[in-house]
Every structure is written in C-alpha cells, then in structure tokens.
Write a protein that binds this ligand. Structure first.
Ligand code: AMP
Ligand code: ZN
Length: 469
C-alpha cells in the first residue's frame, strides 16, 4: 500500500511519512480526561484533534484501534508528584466519595463528547480497572533494576535510564541544579517519580489496593503505560495528548515503558497546542476556563465549536473569543444552508465522482494527509461548493464524503431549521425599534447587516420574517 499521510512527530521534531508497524493496522493511544472536574473546551480542542487524526487515518484506508483512558485515580495537582490527589480536592469541594465524583464527571464528559460528535474510541479504559497491569509493570521495572523504595513509596530512578527525557530534550544535570527545593526528601533526583504510593503519603486516600509494596495506589504516569501496552501491544504506532504532557507525563511514560520492554516503544508522538483565553492557557486549576454548556447557553451550537477548532491547525494556539465563536457559528450556518440548497437541487448525491469533482477530493485529502491541515481542507470544501460548473449531485457527494473526516454532521442537514444567533437576534431587535420609529435608513442598514450574516429579512403584516440568503 502507498502511505500518503505525513505527520509531525514530537520525538524527532519533524514531519515524517506515516507508516504503520503492521500493514494497514494502526494503534493509537490518547491520554483521556481526569474526571475530578468538568472538561473545558480547551481539553476538547485536544480531543477534537485526536478525533480528526483517527478519521483522517481511516479516510486513508487504515484500520485504526483508538484507545483512551479515564484517569480516575492518582493524578496529583502538580504534573510531577507534588500537591494533593486531584480527586481528594474534589471530594472536599463536593462532599462525595471518589467513586461518585469519577462517575459523575465521566458521564458529563461523554455527554459533551457526543454533542461534539466525536467518535467513541474503540476502547475506553478506566485506571481503577487496571491496577493489576500497573503493578505488573512496576514489578518489571523493579526486576530491571530501575526502581528504589523509600519512605513507603516505589520510585523510578531516572538516572538509570541513559536517554531519560529524550522526548522533551531534557538535561538531567540542568534539571537537578534548577529544581525548586524538593518537598519529597525521598527522591534521589528531582525528576524521579512515584510508581506506587502507600498510605504514607496521603492518609485520606480512599482508593487503595494491595500491592507487593503495601496497600496504596498507583502514580499517574504508570496507568497510561500499563493500559496502552495492555490494549495495543508492547510497541504501537501513535501516542497523543496536549503539549503540557511532553515534559513530565509523556516523558515518564516513555521511561517506564522503555525501561520495561528494553526497546523503543511508540513510533509517533503527537501533541495538540493549547486553547487559550485572554492569551493565557485555559486551565481548570486557575479557574480560567469555559465549558461547552456555557457556549450552548449563549446560543451557540456545539458544532460551531467543532467548526472553530477545525479553523486552526492542531499545532497552533487557538485564542478563544466570543467574536471568533460567532464567526464560526456564521460559517457553519452558511455551510448548512449550502448543503440544504444542494439537497433541494440534487435528487441524490452522485454515485461516482466526475473528473472535476475528483480534483477537489484530491485537494481535500492532500490537505488532511499533510499533518491534518484542517483549515486547508475546509478551503477545499468551500471551493467545491462555490464552483459554478460543478453539478449539485457532485457537490453533495463531495461534501458528504468530506464530512466523514470533518465530522460536522452534514448527513443530518436535511431541512431548513433556522438557528437565530444572538448577533442576528440583536439586529432583528434593533430593526424592530427602527421600524417602529419609522427610521427607514437605519432599518435598511440593519437589513444589510443581516444579509452579511447570510439572512434575508422580509417584512410582513405580522413582523419581520427571516430566511437564509
Ligand atoms: P486533563 O484532564 O487535564 O488530563 O486533560 C485532558 C487532555 O486535555 C490532555 O490531553 C491535556 O493535555 C489537554 N489539555 C489540557 N488543557 C488544555 C488546553 N488549554 N488546551 C488544549 N488541550 C488541553
Ligand atoms: Zn496519559
């Protein structure tokens, strides 16, 4: 098979041709949510990039197995071993047990997931269901001489692994001299990390299991190493997450996995850039975040957020503003009404693409195969729709095919359902006032503003009526 896809590999900092390890089968592991709080739209920027990756590889003809974990134990407030368990923080805040908190936020997470039309991963695995695999992995590391036991915890000894930190290009010496005063006096090196905690660290830990090192709970990093290898085999093709995971979480996952299997682990590492707000990282810990329901309450459709995320490359920052969100909603409305008009014109989508249509299909594929260039792919969609020579049947076939990758739900856009955005509503309200005061000039200006958003206003005996332009 020809392998048409190129992806940026964080490990080599280069665009590389993507060739799966085993024929056409591809294994992908994505770090999932920590379920102690709501997932914000920044988290979903990363999940949307991963969904685009899976859809693109399927579009290229690969059989993808997509695995995602649910972190329901072990993630401390700091990415290293500092701070409290995130679950404990939530328990205090909400007066619930850890299990109730994890269940509540997992359910909420998948509600948003489905609203954004993300495909469910082939495997969703909870950390608490895989403690056995984590213990076995830690035992392998112990057998390979890469661990030490101190103060009741089992640590990974980073100095024992010659290429520790290769993903983030860390320098162990610099890390040591630059480290803040270490709160955990048991560590031999500040970058060492815990594989297994026993009660000694947090007395209130509710989730605990028996282990060879005493009753306790796993470190965060070991869960992803153990579960990914359990479902995808010891070596697999792609591991994804947000860029915040590069220096600690993914670095430590590589150390554990390669320390255990004693050979290279994952071929491609892919990372999504941050969603920002006021030019700072959107994050739960600072309270500076927006959830999907906030957008819905403001009158936006979940698909408009998907559209917004697709309007920038996954390796670019996306700074959230209401204006950008409004633009995305307007573009989505335009796309929807184009598809609805195509359906009115064409009896059915063409069963075979003409030579002219194939050119657009090739442009679209070339864009997504080029490191998931969604903005360029979207431009190909608009060009096809705007081509006056292309018959409606051909356009419809193209758009429905493109949407297998974009995932905006075009197959459901069948009837004219008018979505009145807050911006359009404001225009209608102002125009109502202008008409009542017989200010025809202002009324005409507002009619033009509505047209710019893709809507025609018609005056009738019962008031203003709108339709798509
Ligand atoms: P968490 O629940 O914090 O472990 O995050 C779930 C996923 O969202 C991980 O892949 C993170 O790297 C990613 N993530 C966290 N914050 C952001 C952000 N502001 N923008 C994009 N992705 C993020
Ligand atoms: Zn992970």
């Amino acid at each position: 098979m020809e392998h048409p896809v190129r992806l940026f590999n964080t490990l080599t900092r280069q665009l590389e041709q993507f060739i799966p390890r085993a024929g056409t089968r591809v294994g992908i592991y994505c770090c999932g949510p920590t379920v102690y709080d709501f997932q914000h739209i920044g988290n979903f920027k990363t999940f949307l990039f991963e969904d685009l990756l899976v859809r693109t590889l399927r579009h290229a003809g690969y059989e993808v197995t997509h695995v995602m974990n649910i972190t329901d134990v072990g993630h401390l407030v700091g990415d290293g071993d500092s701070g409290e368990d995130k679950m404990l923080v939530a328990m205090r805040r909400e007066g619930k047990t850890s299990w109730q908190i994890a269940d509540f936020y997992t359910t909420k997470f998948f509600e948003d997931w489905d609203k954004l039309k993300l495909n469910r991963p082939d495997v969703v695995c909870k950390a608490t269901d895989h403690i056995k695999q984590m213990i076995e992995l830690a035992q392998r590391l112990e057998a390979n001489g890469l661990t030490y036991f101190a103060g009741g915890n089992l640590y990974f000894d980073v100095n024992k692994l010659p290429d520790y930190g290769k993903l983030a290009r860390l320098d162990l010496e610099k890390l040591k001299s630059g480290a803040r005063v270490e709160i955990d006096a048991n560590k031999r090196h500040p970058a060492d990390f815990v594989l297994w905690f026993t009660k000694s660290k947090f007395e209130n830990q509710e989730m605990q299991w028996d282990s060879p090192w005493g009753r306790g709970y796993p470190g965060w990093h070991i869960e992803c190493s153990a579960m990914s290898m359990h479902y995808l085999g010891e070596q697999f093709d792609i591991h994804c997450g947000g860029i915040d995971h590069i220096p600690v979480h993914h670095t430590n996952e590589i150390a554990q996995s390669e320390g255990a299997i004693q050979k290279p682990w994952v071929h491609f590492w892919m990372h999504g850039e941050f969603m920002k707000i006021n030019d700072e990282k959107m994050s739960k810990s600072t309270g500076r975040f927006i959830v999907l329901d906030d957008l819905i309450k403001q009158g936006f459709e979940p698909m408009a957020y998907r559209f917004l995320a697709l309007s920038s490359h996954y390796r670019s920052h996306l700074n959230f503003t209401v204006e950008a969100m409004q633009n995305a909603q307007n573009s989505l409305n335009r796309l929807k009404s184009s598809v609805i008009s195509l359906r009115a014109e064409a009896a059915a989508p063409a069963s075979a693409l003409s030579a002219a249509a194939q050119k657009y299909a090739a442009d679209f594929s070339a864009a997504v195969f080029d490191d998931l260039n969604a903005p360029r792919a979207m431009a190909a969609v608009w060009s096809a729709i705007g081509d006056k020579e292309l018959p409606a049947e051909q356009k419809l076939a193209l758009v429905l095919d493109f949407d297998q990758v974009m995932g905006l739900g075009a197959a459901e856009w069948k009837t004219e359902e008018l979505q009145i955005s807050p911006e359009l509503q404001a225009i209608l309200d102002r125009r109502d006032v202008a008409r009542k005061s017989r200010d025809w000039a202002a009324s005409d200006v507002l009619r033009k503003e509505a047209l710019a958003l893709g809507f025609i206003i018609e005056d009738s005996a019962t008031g203003q009526k709108i339709k798509k332009s």
